[in-house]
Design a protein. Structure first.
Length: 358
């Protein structure tokens, strides 16, 4: 491994350019990091958004740039202070917006404390579907970083008594078939919320109910139609938690209106809820989450999640997204990102195999 200096990577050569496969240096791990041979890398909407303003100006420090925020692979080298991992370990991890840490390349580095070993019942492809989606839910609900607004500060599910706080309370997940939505359903079930209602296309209903949704409402219904169904589905319970995994101007008003006064709403894009819907004294809490465990304000919560993730996957408490493996390694990523951009992917995660890049 020490003799390998360059690798294949998916590059953004310059601002406004198209993704292209090229060469990049193989990074070296720091004392608390590991070098990973990336076997599977999942595609996410941020990967097409980051190529255009305003995301490009906010998140790209320099060109050529490598992206990719979901990965699974094999440890090939460990830093001098790493004791939790060794060469040959199978791990899953989240990428970051700096070339050495991105997953759309054949080798990357990652801090050891925000990785988890992949249990034997999970494949590399399945494992790569987990990091960003699950972190986007966990961080929105349970991050306890002081003075950080992008969290609901619920009692973390890994702390004693956490389920008492949410047990038997009604929850709504908008966009239940999305990657993040699938994890929101599972975390809500784990936390004890009940009933758990999800909006999705009817053909995804059986699958989402297998994850923990008690009811699935057709997402094509009007807001008024959906809102009118909720009291019957909850048995008259107020909805005290809403996770809007879509968070577009078309969905946020529904999320806010469905939420009971004093309830908690998690969104994944900036708040564009119309001001006229926000009534004084309704005490509805809103958290706009930045779902990456590398961010300093998210790191401690991410470490706690990764400490437990192997066990959650092994026991089936958290199930990976269904996956579709793309052909031709990293060369297939641009087409896959176009599919994501055009809403042509439903209830599954697209996976690229960097080692298969020719």
């Amino acid at each position: 491994m020490a003799t390998i200096k360059t690798q294949k990577a998916l590059l953004l050569p310059a601002e406004g350019a198209q993704y292209t496969v090229g060469e990049a240096p193989v990074p070296r791990p720091g004392a608390k990091e590991v070098l990973v041979k990336v076997i599977s890398a999942a595609l996410n909407p941020i990967d097409w958004k980051i190529a255009i303003p305003p995301f490009s100006s906010a998140l790209i420090p320099e060109y050529p740039f490598i992206t990719g925020t979901d990965g699974a692979g094999e440890v090939v080298e460990v830093g001098g202070e790493v004791t939790s991992l060794k060469a040959g370990d199978r791990i899953l991890f989240q990428g970051w917006f700096a070339n050495p840490y991105a997953t759309f390349q054949q080798f990357c580095i990652v801090p050891a404390e925000i990785t988890a070993k992949i249990p034997d019942n999970i494949t590399f492809d399945q494992a790569a579907s987990v990091p960003l989606g699950l972190a986007t839910v966990i961080l929105a609900l349970y991050n306890q970083h002081p003075n950080y607004p992008k969290t609901l500060r619920l009692k973390p599910i890994w702390e004693e008594g956490a389920t008492v706080e949410s047990a038997g309370k009604a929850a709504l997940v908008i966009g239940g078939a999305s990657s993040v939505g699938q994890y929101a359903i599972q975390v809500a079930k784990f936390a004890g919320f009940h009933p758990i209602i999800a909006t999705a296309s009817p053909h995804n209903a059986i699958y989402l109910m297998s994850l923990g949704a008690t009811h699935v409402v057709d997402r094509s219904l009007s807001h008024d139609q959906i809102l009118s169904k909720l009291p019957e589905l909850t048995g008259g319970k107020p909805i005290e938690f809403v996770y809007d995994a879509i968070s577009l101007p078309e969905t946020m008003p529904l999320a806010y209106q469905a939420l009971a006064p004093g309830g908690a709403l998690a969104i994944v894009l900036p708040d564009v809820i119309p001001a006229e819907l926000k009534k004084e004294g309704d005490n509805k809490r809103i958290a706009y989450v930045f779902g990456n465990v590398h961010a300093p304000e998210n790191r401690a919560c991410g470490v706690e999640m990764y400490k437990r993730l192997t066990e959650w996957l092994e026991k089936g408490v958290i199930k990976p997204n269904p996956v579709e493996v793309l052909p031709n390694g990293l060369a297939s990523v641009p087409e896959g990102l176009d599919r994501l951009k055009n809403n042509q992917v439903s209830a599954k995660k697209l996976i690229a195999k960097p080692q298969e890049t020719s």
